[in-house]
Design a protein around this ligand. Sequence first.
Ligand code: ZN
Length: 462
Amino acid sequence: MKILAIFIAKIILFVTRITHLGGGTTLPGLVATKIDKNVIKKISERLKYGVVIITGTNGKTTTAKILTEILTEEGFSVLTNPSGSNLARGIASSLVGAATLSGSVEADIAVFEVDEATMSEVTTQLRPKIVLVTNLFRDQLDRYGELDKTAAIIGKSLTGFSEMTTILNADDPLVSSLSDYVEGRIIYYGLEDTEISTDSTAAMDSKDCMFCGHELEYESRYLGHLGRWKCPNCRRIRTKPHIWVSEISLEPLKSSYSLKLRREELKIEMPLPGLYNIYNALAAATIATLIGVGAPAISHALRSCEAAFGRMELIEVSGKKIMMLLVKNPTGANQALAAIFSDNKAKKIGFYLNDNFADGTDISWIWDVDFEYFDLAKTKFVASGNRAEDIALRLKYAQVDKNYLHSEKDIMIATEKLAELLDEGEIGYLLPTYTAMVEVRSHFVSKDDQLCDMGKVTKHGI
Ligand SMILES: [Zn+2]
């Protein structure tokens, strides 16, 4: 059955690729698991270093990408699942695509990002060596329901694996509470920097103690409900992390910090902006350390990990300037947001979402954009494109005030609206998917205007 499952799945993979029909990231896995429901388990058992799973609300994609870069630097051959296909069938497709008909795999290790809701199914099948939980923020209701229910789903998926190492974000009280479910070893990561602190109450999704319901107290709060927390009632307190980051300095297009591994302390300057990218880098470095990757490979990979920027262009609309940054996946959108919010000031942002073929017809990736990591209070948004309502809903879940959110399907009208919101001399930001960008350009960019590269763009002040 296994050979038949892999064989048929590979034919589907081949056909969807040559016909450009799409569905190649999920359909083969769906079919393979229908033919042999244990196909994931059978193939993953052949991986020399096993399976690593990254779950949680925000940061999965970037953490997986940075970890893959570190492991590749160390000489590992890494199997990953494409971003946006992090449900069980996407993972099955990745494994089937990498397997020979006999079920052996070329890769040394698999790094999979997994949706919270599918964790139980995936851990049972894959029996991962390491699971990392990034953080838990409120997500869309139709997928997961309440936040503590999501925590319980992840918690149960961690139970029963005494051989597995679980890595938890010490700064997230809800993630920390998952320790009660874990039977194996637990490693904590977090920030040890009292200088970094926010007063924003945006994305305070989990402000009460999970054990007694009393409101938590924070010595310092880093992002949303992440910080140095304690419960004054039941006396639960943040665990001091085993691997941590301190001496953080944030700049518009890069960040620098000190990374304390088990033995070494590394000074890192990383070409990725934003505190949330430091969390992602720290999470990836923690996993890499546990796998046994040395400090030189971690240091080298973090110093050279490039932001997945799309192209940028400064356009003029009704005498106002708007910086346009193409977005097509969560990693790119996160880097764009990190650059835009590097000064933590309120902004005016257009997010235009189309689902035409050239954009990718599956728009579920917007739920993997880490909006909750940024202080969106007072930032005004214009949602547009043929899926304007979906991006507006996503922003609503990121706690954007409805008075600060305009939804307008017509891209031309939406762009005029964005320009109208801008004060004199203020730069607006526009994050369009591919065909939305083409449409914006057709209205507002004359043919002889040149695209500007990153070097020129930075002069305009992001
Ligand atoms: Zn308590």
